[in-house]
Design a protein around this ligand. Structure first.
Ligand code: CA
Length: 236
């Protein structure tokens, strides 16, 4: 069955180009030409990925993303931004967009990103209750890590949520601000709160049996934040 992609873009030539390129590549595109129609489709239609322009009449793209994430936290989203909209792009990523494309973009680039995001979202269990970690399993229902050698390690609720968020976003550097917003539900970037993230990451590393002095699982990405490194089979 073809994967369905919802395109919300008000500029007709761009929307037409996207829809044609997607259909030509075997996807089934759905489309909306303004924010209001887009929001309605985003919340009600069945689709695998959303291509979301941010500058939209009637309802802004970020507003759509925010509402969508409340009802469908896991659906794949790529935002379309114009050059010079770095602020919106960052806000979009914080609101849970999977990737972004800067206009003008080539069809080739678009299709590559669509493919990559769809692949990542297929690998990502929709409801992460239990998942593999290096040398064992994380069990969310029991808030524990189980290792193949029979050892168990309890996680606090917050550690579990942090781990789940990082795993859901595996192989992408996640900033402390984003972690605070998405795991703690805080907008503040006060130093003391940021250190809380660092402390939790440090504890998780120990529990995951990561090498604290040379982490292999929960990486520190200089200037960006933290990244859960997941081994992937990549055909590219
Ligand atoms: Ca637009």
């Amino acid at each position: 069955m073809p994967q369905r992609i919802l395109v919300i873009e008000d500029e007709a030539p761009i929307r037409r180009g996207l829809v044609d390129a997607l259909a030509h590549s075997g996807y089934m595109p759905l489309e909306a030409a303004d924010g209001k129609a887009g929001l309605e489709l985003a919340l009600t239609a069945e689709y695998d990925l959303l291509l979301l322009d941010l500058m939209l009449p009637k309802v802004a793209g970020l507003e759509i993303l925010q509402q969508l994430r409340q009802v469908r936290p896991a659906v794949a989203v790529i935002i379309l931004t114009a050059l010079g909209q770095e602020g919106d792009r960052v806000r979009g990523l914080k609101l849970g967009a999977d990737d972004y494309i800067v206009k003008p973009f080539s069809v080739k680039e678009l299709l590559a990103r669509v493919e990559a995001v769809l692949r990542r979202s297929a690998e990502r269990p929709s409801d992460l209750r239990r998942f593999a970690i290096p040398g064992g399993t994380a069990d969310l229902d029991r808030c524990e890590l189980r290792f193949d050698d029979g050892q168990r390690c309890e996680l606090s609720q917050r550690e579990m949520e942090l781990l789940r968020y990082l795993v859901r976003n595996a192989n992408r550097a996640v900033s402390r601000d984003e972690i605070l917003a998405r795991v703690w539900g805080l907008g503040s970037t006060a130093n003391i709160v940021t250190r809380t993230v660092d402390m939790h990451v440090a504890r998780l590393r120990e529990k995951l049996r990561d090498d604290v002095s040379d982490p292999r699982v929960l990486l520190t990405v200089r200037g960006k934040g933290y990244m859960y490194a997941q081994e992937q089979v990549d055909n590219e």
